[in-house]
Design a protein around this ligand. Structure first.
Ligand SMILES: [Zn+2]
Length: 81
């Protein structure tokens, strides 16, 4: 797993730049919820691996990177802390 770590606040700013219609407060809350589920030990709904918090926040289900994106190259993506 080579996801780049990014702080929630920094991610939220990026997200708003790419999705100007979203509210930064909502983005932070959504991501925080997913991080909390990850810390609580949530596992991927498909394969049972630990979840990718950032992806799970916006994909509509808790999943690992591979199951959410269907890709094996995760070098361009982020995970929050
Ligand atoms: Zn999975």
């Amino acid at each position: 797993m080579t996801l780049k770590l990014i702080a929630i606040n920094a991610y939220a700013k990026k997200h708003i730049k790419n999705n100007p219609g979203d509210k930064i407060h909502d983005v932070k809350e959504t991501v925080k919820d997913a991080v909390k589920r990850q810390k609580d030990g949530a596992s991927c709904a498909v394969c049972g691996q630990p979840i990718w918090a950032l992806g799970s926040a916006f994909s509509g289900f808790d999943g690992c990177f591979t199951c959410i994106t269907g890709e094996s190259d995760d070098s361009a993506d982020y995970e929050v802390y």
